[in-house]
Design a protein around this ligand. Sequence first.
Ligand code: ADP
Ligand code: MG
Length: 144
Amino acid sequence: MPSVTYNTASDAETVALGCHLAATLTPGVILLIGNLGAGKTTLAKGIVSGAGAAAADDVASPTFTLIHDYGEVVHIDLYRLETEREVEGLGLDEIFDRAKFTLIEWGERFPALLPQTRTEITLSTVSNDERSIVVRTVGDPEDR
Ligand code: ADP
Ligand code: MG
């Protein structure tokens, strides 16, 4: 699968990268993959604002609320859910059908509930303020 790797040196650069990605990524499900503190929510701020769905400062982590609905962009965090049954209760398919971008943190834990064709963005911590961010398309883009 083709992938593109970016490196950022601050949280502001990660927000800016998210803005850029909002203008270039194919609509659909976008998994944000990485450890706590890797920058998943920070990148989501950029994607939400780049899509014009909300201001970056108004995007907070959905860790406790599970779903933040900005209209065209929906931001989900499945960290606190443990079973497929719990995730099924969220009605994700309806969101996948209507949102331009569905951003999901910790979604890779529930592959059976995701569309086979999706974008996966993997963030890793290089040093205190540096992150490596790899963007790849999984599956067949013609299927979306
Ligand atoms: P996650 O959602 O992956 O747990 P967050 O985006 O909530 O991560 O937090 C990332 C933390 O790392 C924030 O405190 C942010 O300020 C800090 N940080 C430092 N450098 C970067 C960077 N280059 N990109 C993103 N976040 C960074
Ligand atoms: Mg987060």
